[in-house]
Design a protein around this ligand. Structure first.
Ligand SMILES: *[C@@H]1O[C@H](CO)[C@@H](O)[C@H](O)[C@H]1NC(C)=O
Ligand SMILES: *[C@@H]1O[C@H](CO)[C@@H](O)[C@H](O)[C@H]1NC(C)=O
Ligand SMILES: *[C@@H]1O[C@H](CO)[C@@H](O)[C@H](O)[C@H]1NC(C)=O
Ligand SMILES: *[C@@H]1O[C@H](CO)[C@@H](O)[C@H](O)[C@H]1NC(C)=O
Ligand SMILES: *[C@@H]1O[C@H](CO)[C@@H](O)[C@H](O)[C@H]1NC(C)=O
Ligand SMILES: *[C@@H]1O[C@H](CO)[C@@H](O)[C@H](O)[C@H]1NC(C)=O
Ligand SMILES: *[C@@H]1O[C@H](CO)[C@@H](O)[C@H](O)[C@H]1NC(C)=O
Ligand SMILES: *[C@@H]1O[C@H](CO)[C@@H](O)[C@H](O)[C@H]1NC(C)=O
Length: 816
């Protein structure tokens, strides 16, 4: 081979150059293998073969079910495999459990079918709702089971393509008994009458009524029932989520620490974001709302995913099971998480595009993407002041991580028109006067609201950066001046909401104020006061938020009875902004740890919300099974741990051209490492506790950024830096390392790291190494560190009367 004639050193150099180039990610063509392979890949929840996901075991069987070996002898109940099969007869039911929460089309390998069988399928994310019906995706109590008419077919039998089920961990297969299905209550929904009247159709379809007959694979229901049965030799799910990733385990980033729970949380977030990223033609679980555009006549409880929610080949949505549509609120949480794990920036851009494409004539942006913007042609109803701002926040994050300034240029006029809608609502109280009560379903949004005003303050700061990235010179100067003066006014406005009695900010100026009859200090608003940098005594506000935590995490008093990973993800960022990063890590472990190991959760993806007493019922909806167990806004820790709380790798200019690295949040960690890759290349950070030979203790951080870029390294929290804390400039493309001594806080650079021969080990014990210090001395890993125990906290309680009042309908309309 010609190659071997090349002189040896040249060959080596060319290999190195090639690998340096491939480390930059092209988000039009995501990597096929992990950018940072290592033992941490064991934490990845995404399946190795997403077109063939098989159950992990049998959850339960009922009635006429037999497990047979190949030679037709009965065997122990188990999932069908190469040596055993399942036979389901009339009245038989089997529920299989998958290892993770998953999504896709169910297929059965049928060995034989007798009596023209129809196998019904019911899907559930939580073990609590396993049964003959599927989880609710709308107001209706349950989604209908899916009748799969097997007939006389053998071989692979799959449900039709539109019956992609977006999220389930449990699949129940059964053949109805000849006796009629019990007529369970069908009209539990309080809101059914708003869009359709509940009639007997709802029951009829359970018996394959005509109006839902298109859900059978090949048409006709069987009329006279004969004894029927089916022998299944394989069950699998063919998943179409995360369409941009040829290999769902080929992550662009990683996170690996001495806390297995924290690692599981990071990877559960990454996987949650993958399951929420879908083929845009397979969207919208809001069948009753789709009707305004697709004129479907499907009865209550119908479900399928055939609605186009965006253009392109992939789009990030709110959740896997529902609503499967573009909701800007999720973006502020989801985009950084996506940026550090899959880097599916096209899915993000497609989501933003569809919102901008439906901008209303007055400049306001829709509450959500299609089909929601069309409902009730008086479009004012489909507007939320905060979600409007979330689209603008999402715009910034997309441009920051993708480097796609050309896209920003094309959207800039629309962006500024949208911003004007919000800035024109800042009135003589120097607060934003919110006109829409829509937010994340929390209550009391109208009026002079702290959350909306603080989000606007952040948007104004970010708008100034966006303008500078466009470098369109002086045409923006006037805008930038106006934005600065508005920020100044908002600072005064928000100060009026401070409540000295609680040390927190009140929700609004009248009824929900400190002195008002329904005083509330909201979690979202106080978190945003910190994130925006508006709070007067940040560490104090952070400490007071922390003091409200219960055994299950941080409550959201603005939405009684709710534990919200959305609002709590704001709180994670808030503690980081308040230089309390250890509190952010502690909250991630407390609340997101509960969302993995708590009863009824999937232990693989992260849920939309839950109840203050720890139950998986998310009190926004009357129907507990409606909770989405894989919801973009629940993925907060993934972005926060990488960007702020622990690794502290912050991109500062589009695409990673400029950055800063500030590791921290180590109070509960002995070591941590991680990184992510963007268009400009890779970032990586390794942090470990060390001991010197004289016994002194410290923390070492080793850092690298992308070649051809520049950044800053520092330990400092935000405020320390302002006080002249340690920060030093560095170039990308090489490793540098520092040690900070615990006793005196002194930082020294370790020149040996980055020297020739220095190499990062990618194994489980990577931290067990000697690091050359000075005068021939070395630093070693401090293996004496022990993670401090978590504080004991009381469980939260439920106000049942308030619970009833908090419910919303499928359009996200609050009932208050
Ligand atoms: C999965 O579905 C795709 C079409 O969406 C098909 O091409 C492929 O063969 C299926 N794979 C399996 C294992 O069912
Ligand atoms: C996934 O499994 C299917 C069915 O066994 C197989 O045909 C396909 O090649 C597999 N794909 C990958 C990427 O392993
Ligand atoms: C197949 O399933 C049966 C029943 O659960 C089990 O006993 C057997 O070990 C399985 N065989 C294989 C090859 O997995
Ligand atoms: C159970 O199913 C088998 C076929 O698998 C069928 O022959 C038998 O009649 C069924 N028994 C009852 C009680 O339904
Ligand atoms: C299978 O059923 C179809 C009708 O559903 C029928 O046309 C066909 O003849 C049947 N095939 C066999 C082999 O029974
Ligand atoms: C989706 O399927 C329903 C039910 O079959 C149908 O009425 C509707 O027109 C379809 N919608 C789209 C957008 O294809
Ligand atoms: C405070 O909030 C309540 C509930 O949303 C609202 O009715 C009221 O108008 C608000 N007041 C002010 C001044 O913002
Ligand atoms: C959740 O999964 C992890 C492995 O990822 C396991 O260690 C843990 O015990 C599981 N938790 C529960 C409650 O099953």
């Amino acid at each position: 081979m010609k190659l071997f004639n090349v002189p040896f050193p040249v060959l080596i150099i060319s290999v190195l150059v090639a690998s340096a180039l491939t480390s930059a990610i092209d988000y039009h063509d995501l990597p096929k293998t992990a950018v940072f392979p290592g033992p941490w890949d064991d934490y990845i929840k995404a399946p190795a073969n997403k077109s063939f996901i098989t159950p992990a075991g049998v959850w339960k069987t009922e009635g006429n079910v037999t497990t047979l070996t190949r030679d037709h002898r009965p065997s122990a109940a188990g999932v069908p495999n190469s040596s055993s099969s399942i036979s389901i007869g009339d009245g038989g039911l089997v529920t299989v459990e998958f290892r993770e929460n998953i999504a896709g089309r169910v297929c059965l390998e049928v060995a034989s079918a007798v009596g023209d069988p129809t196998v019904k399928l019911a899907y559930s994310e939580s073990s609590f709702f396993v049964g003959k019906r599927s989880d609710a995706t709308n107001d209706h109590e349950w989604d209908l089971p899916l009748p799969l008419h097997v007939g006389n077919r053998t071989g692979p039998v799959c449900v039709p393509p539109k019956f992609i089920r977006g999220g389930f961990k449990y699949l129940t297969l059964y053949i109805d008994d000849e006796s009629p299905v019990p007529q369970e209550q069908s009209a539990r929904s309080r809101f059914g009458s708003m869009l359709y009247s509940l009639t007997n159709t709802a029951q009829k379809v359970l018996g394959l009524g005509d109006s839902f007959s298109d859900i059978t694979t090949d048409g006709k229901p069987s009329s006279p029932r004969l004894a029927s049965s089916v022998v299944i030799t394989q069950i699998w799910v063919n998943c179409t989520s995360f369409p941009s990733q040829p290999n769902g385990r080929a992550y662009s980033g990683y996170f690996y620490s001495s806390s297995p729970l924290l690692n599981r949380i990071w990877y559960a977030g990454a996987y949650t974001l993958q399951l929420s990223t879908i083929d845009p033609t397979e969207g919208s679980a809001l069948v009753p709302v789709n009707r305004f555009l697709d004129h479907n006549r499907s009865p209550p409880g119908s479900w399928y995913s055939n609605f186009t929610v965006a253009r392109g080949t992939a789009v990030t949505t709110d959740g896997a099971k529902r609503d499967r549509l573009v909701w800007p609120g999720d973006m502020y949480i989801a985009i950084p998480g996506i940026a550090v794990s899959s880097y599916d920036m096209l899915a993000v851009r497609n989501a933003l595009d569809v919102v901008y494409e439906h901008q209303y004539p007055d400049g306001s942006l829709p509450y959500a993407g299609p089909p929601l913007y069309v409902y009730n042609s008086g479009y004012r109803n489909e507007f939320s002041d905060t979600y409007h701002l979330h689209t603008l926040l999402g715009t910034y994050d997309y441009v920051l991580y993708s480097g796609d300034v050309d896209w920003l240029r094309a959207r800039w006029t629309a962006y500024k028109r949208a911003l004007k809608v919000s800035t024109s609502k800042v009135d003589s109280y120097n607060l934003m006067h919110v006109s829409s009560h829509f937010d994340w379903n929390r209550q009391g949004m109208k009026g002079h609201n702290v959350e909306a005003s603080a989000i606007l303050y952040t948007v104004l700061k970010r708008s100034t950066s966006l303008a500078s990235w466009l470098s369109s010179d002086d045409d923006e100067e006037e805008n930038v001046r106006e934005w600065a003066s508005l920020r100044h006014r908002l600072e005064h406005g928000i100060a009026q909401l401070y409540c000295p009695a609680t040390g927190l900010y009140s929700d609004n100026l009248s009824s929900r104020h400190c002195a008002g009859p329904s005083h509330v200090d909201p979690q979202d608003g106080n978190s945003w006061a910190l994130i925006s940098g508006l709070a007067r005594a940040p560490r104090d506000v952070s400490a007071r938020l922390r003091a409200r935590w219960t055994a299950f995490g941080a409550p959201a008093p603005e939405f009684p009875n709710v534990m919200s990973p959305f609002s709590s993800a704001f709180e994670l960022q808030a503690h980081c902004a308040a230089s309390a990063r250890d509190a952010a890590v502690e909250l991630a472990l407390l609340m997101w740890g509960y969302m993995l190991d708590g009863p009824g959760f999937t232990n693989s993806t992260l849920a939309e919300g839950f109840r203050t007493d720890g139950h998986v019922h998310y009190p926004a909806y009357p129907v507990p099974s409606r909770n989405s167990h894989a919801h973009g806004w629940a993925a907060g820790p993934t972005g926060v741990l990488s960007v702020k709380a622990v690794l502290g790798i912050e991109v500062r200019r589009p695409g990673g051209a400029e950055w800063r690295v500030r590791p921290g949040g180590m109070a509960r960690l002995g070591w941590v490492r991680g990184g992510y890759a963007v268009v400009r290349g890779e970032f990586e950070v390794l942090v470990l506790r060390v001991r010197g030979e004289e016994g002194g203790k410290g923390v070492v951080a080793m850092v690298r950024g992308p070649e051809g870029t520049r950044g800053w390294f520092g330990w400092g929290d935000e405020d320390e830096e302002e006080e002249g804390g340690f920060a030093t400039q560095m170039e990308g493309g090489e490793w540098r390392a520092w040690v900070r001594w615990e006793e005196d806080g002194v930082t020294e650079e370790l020149v040996s790291v980055g020297a020739e021969g220095w190499e990062v080990r990618n194994d489980e014990r990577w931290f067990e190494r000697e690091i050359a210090y000075k005068d021939g001395k070395v630093l070693v890993f401090d293996d004496e560190f022990e993670e401090p125990p978590m504080e004991t906290r009381e469980p939260g309680t439920v106000d049942w009367e308030m619970l009833e009042r908090g419910y919303v309908d499928e359009l996200g309309r609050g009932m208050w």
